[in-house]
Design a protein around this ligand. Structure first.
Ligand SMILES: [Fe+2]
Ligand SMILES: [Fe+2]
Length: 144
């Protein structure tokens, strides 16, 4: 069984957002496996860089949509996004400078998994409900 298992209850109904969330789950699974197998730090670093990249891309998409449609909780949602990217950057910095080799452990993948589940079911669903109330058709908007 996969570590970070995707569940239909995480779906927002907007294809691009769901696709990006699933890709983030997939990277957390790869990270967990690499940590458990004690894979070379370079591989772990690459996985984290990929996760940071995809996460930033995804957050940018959500933040642009929130701004475009005057989402009232934009600031709060963005701050939560920023805290996560700061955390991933900090871990990457610790690996790169070798200042803390203990920073990459299964606690990190557990944290990332929990963060995703919590954020998708909380802040993201709240944002999606707002978009729906505005009759926004994100499926065509986000794919274009
Ligand atoms: Fe999201
Ligand atoms: Fe979000």
């Amino acid at each position: 069984m996969e570590f970070a298992q995707w569940s239909p209850e995480y779906e927002t109904g907007f294809p691009l957002i769901d696709q990006q969330h699933q890709q983030m789950f997939e990277l957390v699974n790869q990270l967990q496996e690499a940590i458990v197998r004690e894979t070379h730090p370079v591989t772990i670093k690459q996985l984290l860089q990929e996760l940071l990249q995809d996460t930033m891309e995804h957050f940018t998409l959500e933040e642009n949509l929130m701004r475009e449609h005057d989402y009232p909780s934009y600031q709060e949602h963005k701050q939560i996004h920023d805290r996560l990217t700061r955390k991933i950057r900090k871990v990457l910095h610790a690996i790169e400078t070798n200042e803390d080799t203990q920073v990459v452990n299964t606690e990190l993948s557990h944290f990332l998994h929990q963060w995703l589940v919590h954020h998708i079911q909380g802040q993201d669903q709240k944002m999606i409900q707002f978009f729906r109330s505005k009759n926004l058709c994100l499926s065509s908007e986000t794919v274009s």
